[in-house]
Design a protein around this ligand. Structure first.
Ligand code: UTP
Length: 288
């Protein structure tokens, strides 16, 4: 089945990136010259998604401004002959049909996704975290998950292997290895200690869900951190239907984390024609 809709949670406080995030949403932190959230919307659009709901919160109007046309600026670029820039801006306006909703209470990722109930209706849908960019030499990461969804007709989450000492930062799965990176999930465990962790396979910011997720989310009480944990709703869902995890081809870059932001900036500069050579030269001059 074609997945037309995506939900992008982008309402959080971004406390790991303060003081920057006091006035600017962390989803607008740039990698070179494009905000994180634009990469996320592009990933969805390149995967055939046409309708996107961005979940925002008070003080995050700049997100909407980024995806809306700015006629005055566009006229100026046209008049001054900056046509390449103009066409780049026009492309942003046409990426997808983008809708917005406010999450009134910042009660976690589960709470953010709950805002999308009426937008989603009775269709399967994708979820892409607004502060995390993915790269892949194969198909866009969310489209890789959509392919698994098409094959299994079941919800699927992106998986990444991390060193064991990092598992306690993530949602971890216990699963049966079906080969080719596919795992049937037996259990989800949110932020376990190394001793409790059933594996080093962690949930990596991309999901495809069936709309019955909302029934489970609505019945999920606040859990760890006094937040509605998506992982808790997924655990309840697992009692009712098969769910899968997929070790996608590519990498994810959590821009809400300062160290990963710096690493990703270097990586993206090295992938950008016109910057690659100068950055390589610059790195060679560093007192390492
Ligand atoms: P994070 O847990 O990384 O976001 O959620 P956060 O709470 O903003 O970050 P820190 O830990 O305080 O630095 C991942 C994504 O989910 C969104 C965030 O905006 C981010 O894009 N989110 C999180 C919401 O939309 N609502 C929430 O209540 C929490």
């Amino acid at each position: 089945m074609r997945i037309r809709k995506a939900v992008i949670p982008a309402a959080g406080f971004g406390t790991r990136f303060l003081p920057f995030t006091k006035a600017v949403p962390k989803e607008l932190v740039p990698l070179i010259d494009k905000p994180t959230l634009q990469y996320v919307v592009e990933e969805a659009a390149e995967s055939g998604i046409t309708d996107i709901l961005i979940v925002t919160s008070v003080g995050k109007d700049a997100i909407q401004n980024h995806f809306n046309p700015n006629f005055e600026l566009e006229t100026r670029l046209r008049e001054t002959g900056k046509l390449e820039l103009l066409s780049e801006l026009e492309k942003i306006n046409k990426l997808a049909d983008i809708h917005y909703i406010h999450q009134q209470e910042l009660n976690g990722l589960g709470g953010a996704i709950l805002q999308a109930k009426s937008f989603v209706g009775d269709e399967p849908f994708a979820v892409l975290l607004g502060d995390t960019v993915t790269t892949s030499d194969a198909a866009p990461v969310i489209s890789q998950l959509v392919s698994v969804f098409d094959e299994k007709d079941s919800p699927v989450v992106a998986l990444e292997r991390v060193p064991m000492e990092k598992v306690s930062r993530y949602g971890v799965i216990d699963g049966d290895d079906n080969g080719n990176g596919l795992h049937r999930v037996r259990k989800f465990v949110e932020k376990p200690s190394i001793e409790e962790a059933p594996s080093n396979l962690v949930i990596a910011s991309r999901y495809v869900f069936t709309p019955d997720l909302f029934e489970f989310l609505e019945n999920t009480k606040k859990g760890k951190g006094n937040e509605i944990q998506l992982t808790d709703a997924m655990s309840a869902m697992l009692n009712a239907r098969a769910m899968y995890g997929f070790e996608f081809n590519g990498a994810r870059h959590d821009i809400g984390n300062k160290l990963e932001f710096v690493k990703s900036t270097i990586l993206f500069a090295l992938r950008r024609d016109g910057l690659k050579q100068q950055i390589t030269e610059f790195i060679k001059t560093l007192p390492l």
